[in-house]
Design a binder for this molecule. Structure first.
Ligand code: PMP
Length: 283
């Protein structure tokens, strides 16, 4: 029986009852977080906590118990017997339940808080061989920095990419590469690594931040600068980053093949550094 966390209690997942008047259901008026459990510790809990609090603040959603998230996440791992399994914990906080009207409820209502955990290993084939991505106009709003559950533009764009045989789609806004539907992207031109700066056009990925740190520690010149989409043909390698798949090489953008379709040396170096750091944390 799967155990979930719902509004302050651990209960069987199939007993969670969310009102049809919940603003998450009606308006996607909520935020979320996803954190990875590496059989002994959560990856960068501090980073996830500060992004969670930032999303709540920017959305003006009040969850006074947000500091309880680390113990909620640990409770879910324990209660679902996941201690020895690489897993993901999902948390969603919505503005709560109220009669449907666009403006915030006049009488404040408690946030609806739901969290669950499931085992998910890194897909070794995908991480080793890399993925092909399609390039598409960024259809999203300009607050992509908020980890909001309003993901319709991401979903529609990714679905189109998947139906055309790609694993991810990379967005272009005003002629520059921003990020992907559910990952950040890094592009290498020789020994320089480019990634879009933090702004309303990207989600500040926890993996992205740590990869930038590891790359700089390794002496790589990382530039947080928007990369022009019309220079994609100049890149020597690329990779995407995210909680569920760490660092995954990109082997093609539409029909442009990168590095003869193989993961490049900077990508391989960073994947090794990332793994070595995890091994040190596990030890
Ligand atoms: N950008 C978007 C739009 C995402 O949905 C995600 C994954 N949630 C990321 C970037 C990567 O973020 P993280 O490394 O924190 O998983």
């Amino acid at each position: 029986m799967e155990t979930a966390f719902f509004n302050g209690n651990f209960i069987p997942k199939n007993e969670v009852k969310i009102s049809p008047d919940d603003r998450g259901f009606l308006f996607a008026d909520g935020i979320y977080e996803v954190i990875r459990w590496y059989t002994g510790f959560f990856y960068d809990m501090e980073g996830h906590m500060s992004r969670l609090k930032r999303s709540l603040k920017e959305m003006r959603i009040s969850w006074p118990e947000s500091d309880s998230f680390p113990s909620v996440a640990a409770g879910l791992i324990e209660r679902n017997d996941l201690k020895d399994k690489p897993s993901l914990v999902y948390l969603q906080v919505t503005r709560g339940t109220a009669v449907r009207t666009h403006a915030f409820p006049v009488q404040p209502v408690p946030a609806t808080v739901y969290a669950s955990a499931r085992s998910l290993s890194i897909n070794p084939g995908m991480a080793d061989r890399g993925v092909r991505v399609s390039v598409t106009e960024d259809p999203r709003w300009n607050r992509c920095d908020i980890k909001s559950v309003s993901l319709l533009p991401n979903i529609l764009s990714l679905q189109q990419a998947v139906e055309s045989g790609f694993s991810e789609c990379v967005f272009v806004r005003n002629g520059f590469i921003t990020e992907c539907s559910h990952s950040n992207i890094f592009l290498a031109g020789g020994n320089v690594l480019y990634t879009h700066p933090e702004s309303g056009y990207i989600l500040s990925g926890i993996t992205r931040k740590n990869v930038i740190r590891l790359a700089r520690e390794a002496g790589i010149d990382v530039r947080e600068t928007p990369f022009p989409a019309n220079r994609l043909n100049d890149i020597t390698e690329a990779f995407i980053t995210g909680t569920s798949f760490e660092i995954t090489p990109v082997t093609a953008f539409d029909d442009f093949i990168v590095n003869r379709g193989r993961p490049g040396p900077l990508t391989e170096l960073l994947r090794t550094k990332f793994r070595e750091e995890l091994d040190r944390m596990i030890a």
